[in-house]
Design a protein. Sequence first.
Length: 207
Amino acid sequence: MHHLLIYKKTALLIAFISLSMVALAQDTAKDLWTDKNATKWLYKNEWKKGLKLKVYPEVNKVEFAVQYHKNKAVWDKAFAFMRDSDLTKLKPGKYIIDGDKVFATITEAPSKSFEQSTWESHRKYIDLQYIIRGKEKIGVAPVSTAAVTKPYDETKDNANYSAEGKYYIAEPGTFYLFFPDDAHRPNIKVDGYDIVKKIVIKIRMAE
């Protein structure tokens, strides 16, 4: 009985140490990334594996590097889908890439007026947004500087804000990545582009 108790305590201690080491390794991995080495990693382009598209220059490079290396297999599947599919020919709808870890939605629809568009952010999933055909305006602002107008809804993985941000003209050739700290305001109409074909890939956040 005494030996069994010691065995159980030892097993619990080993399990605790193992979990602590995993958590420490994750924290250490995050601490290893700086603006300098994340930028170097980004522009080496090894993560693309033949993908011809660019990511927009102001992407959060450190967060991208951290998330990619924590969840490389999932990111590689997302980029492979972008690389290997003729996006111009895919029909609107949902495309499962890897269960609920990474999936895509393609839309072909009118953009919104500026007044109809809203700021949003997500916690469970990272947004990869890419314009397949046409152009739209997208705003980006730090969540830390935004005012919540609709609190986070876990079921919808969405919160809304009012914010002041920087706007980009999104068009084929460049994709955008939005992490939980990035409030974004997509789907804003650009004059002359009434219908826009777009893909949004949802990539689950790694813990």
